[in-house]
Design a protein around this ligand. Structure first.
Ligand code: XMP
Length: 521
């Protein structure tokens, strides 16, 4: 295949770096993320039409702050490759061209009104004022020479600047998040008008390329595939099966933390609908629950679960070896946000939480293969659609690998699992009935580690509290709580209190991400 027009994103550790690449792919232009310190030769090998410098958590003047090689800007100028800096990327541009950056006394965070001072070419099509999303601790106090100011806000006077001759553009705000409504317009201006990219990349190319890459990596070996029943691991399993046929062995680990009827349903789907030749349910519930006993720290819970998963997969690989010969690879449905929030995409990014499939033990016998690691959930759904996977799989809400353990704040016990399982089943049944299951990103219940007083019949109760969380999102990187109908919410709460013994109070989570996260831990 010919190399499609490519925009590279250099990663300085921002939470939204991969989202930038994904937004570009949404514009039918190929985009890939590379670490900020990648060798210039590697950048050259892509023949990029444009380069974006991402955000990042550090201060540019900090001693160990990430910096690009000194030849970078000269290379871009010589080859007429436009550069766009976002947030830390903007600081880096100012720093490299002798502008001045200062720390704010207090981090600026949230929606701001931007005044557009010059529209062409980067801000073409925008109104005189626009809403943008800011998240920064430093800002520019002196524009570098030869750069012109193109936008400012009340709190951030130098919010965007450009040098059209050098083809360098910079914005302090985040164009890639949905909280910046005209962000896509700005990216379109950069990608189509400034970088002159053609729309010559599509999802079908991703499928073909991925299948070839899997074949190349696995050769004649076998893959043990971790399936959870969710869309990511299902799509990953099908891609691997397309690449290597029935040398894939799908394992569904019952970790004792599953939702009501989950084990039977996943088994039915994989055996009867998707018809995988090798599918096994591994009951490790006792092992997981015994290891989680007494554990309350969220990261420790996540780590125990991640390591126990690997242990179970390695033991299963050993067992299967007797019948089928050695298994070298472990397939996982890891997607971009799992890696970003686990802080593994670059040495500079912050760890928000260790996603179960990312925090792997150092000494692992199996080699990991993750065909979806560049993609976001809705991109995975598109791949799934193209692969002809039934809608019911594709439209399932995401379910995290650590399962109900991260929806129970504090220690996991059988009693709390019962409460979450039963209340969750009621919630899902009701929102499906109300026709909103497919309209929201995720809906689930959680257990809060507090008891409160209630009155049932004529008697006092002192019982558990269930939390309902329903969110809307495009990619799980940002999310808003869903403003669902009060009557529906009341009906669900009333069913939970009446039908789940031990619960006398239900609360609705009205926090957005950020600053909260989707799951409770
Ligand atoms: P958070 O809680 O990080 O969730 O805002 C974002 C999305 O990721 C899912 N999630 C996980 N998925 N392993 C997974 O496979 C994990 O460890 C994990 N933690 C969170 C979560 O359900 C939401 O859709």
């Amino acid at each position: 295949m010919n190399q499609p027009d490519t925009i590279l994103v250099l990663d300085f550790g921002g939470q939204y770096t991969h989202l930038i690449a994904r937004r570009i792919r949404e514009l039918s232009v190929y985009s890939e993320v590379l670490p900020f310190n990648v060798k210039l030769d590697r950048i050259k090998s892509f023949k990029p039409k444009g380069i974006i410098l991402s955000g990042g958590p550090q201060s540019i003047y900090a001693q160990d702050s990430p910096k690009i090689s000194s030849e970078f800007f000269a290379y871009c100028e010589e080859n007429k490759i436009p550069v766009l800096g976002i947030c830390y990327g903007l600081h880096h541009i100012a720093y490299s061209f002798a502008g001045k950056i200062d720390s704010l006394p207090k981090k600026e965070y949230g929606k701001r009104t931007l005044k557009i001072l010059k529209k062409k070419p980067l801000l073409k099509g925008l109104n005189t004022t626009e809403t943008v999303w800011m998240s920064h601790g430093d800002q520019i106090t002196e524009l570098p020479a030869d750069f012109e100011l193109i936008a400012s806000s009340e709190t951030c006077p130098i919010a965007a600047f450009q040098n059209v001759n050098k083809q360098i553009y910079a914005v302090q705000f985040h164009v890639e998040v949905s909280h910046t409504p005209k962000g896509m317009q700005i990216l379109k201006n950069f990608v189509y008008d400034i970088c002159k990219c053609k729309q010559n990349w599509k999802m079908a190319d991703f499928i073909q390329e991925t299948i070839s890459k899997i074949r190349e990596k696995v050769q004649n070996e076998k893959v043990i595939m971790a399936v959870s029943g969710g869309v990511d691991s299902t799509v990953a399993a099908i891609l691997i099966e397309k690449a290597i046929g029935d040398r894939i062995f799908c394992i569904f680990v019952d970790n004792g933390l599953m939702r009501k009827n989950e084990v039977a349903e996943v088994k039915y789907r994989f055996q009867n609908i998707l018809k995988f030749k090798h599918f096994f349910v591994e009951d490790a519930s006792k092992l997981f629950l015994s290891r989680l006993k007494g554990i309350t720290d969220p990261e420790e819970k996540r780590k125990i679960i991640a390591y126990t998963f690997i242990e179970v997969f390695e033991a299963k690989a050993e067992e299967l070896k007797k019948q089928y010969g050695e298994i070298k690879f472990l397939g996982q449905g890891t997607i971009a946000p799992d890696r970003i929030e686990s802080g593994v995409t670059s040495r500079t990014s912050a760890r928000i939480k260790s996603h179960h499939n990312v925090s792997l033990p150092e000494k692992m016998k199996l080699q990991v293969i993750e065909p979806l690691q560049l993609l976001y959930k809705d991109e995975v759904r598109k791949v799934g659609e193209q692969l002809g996977i039934p809608r019911e799989f594709i439209e399932r809400h995401p379910f995290p690998g650590p399962s109900l353990a991260i929806r129970i704040i504090g220690e996991v016990t059988e009693e709390k699992l019962r409460i979450v399982r039963e209340s969750d089943a009621i919630l899902i049944e009701e929102i499906k009935k109300a026709g909103i299951y497919n309209k929201v990103w995720q809906a689930f219940t959680g257990y809060l580690p507090i008891k409160s007083v209630g009155v049932m019949g004529d008697a006092r109760t002192y019982q558990n509290m269930v939390l309902i969380r329903i969110i809307e999102s495009k990619d799980a990187m940002t999310a808003n709580f869903a403003k669902i109908d009060w009557d529906l919410l009341e009906h669900i709460a009333s069913r939970i209190i009446n039908e789940v013994p031990g619960v006398n109070r239900v609360v609705y989570d009205v926090s957005n991400k950020p600053p909260a996260t989707v799951e409770l831990e």
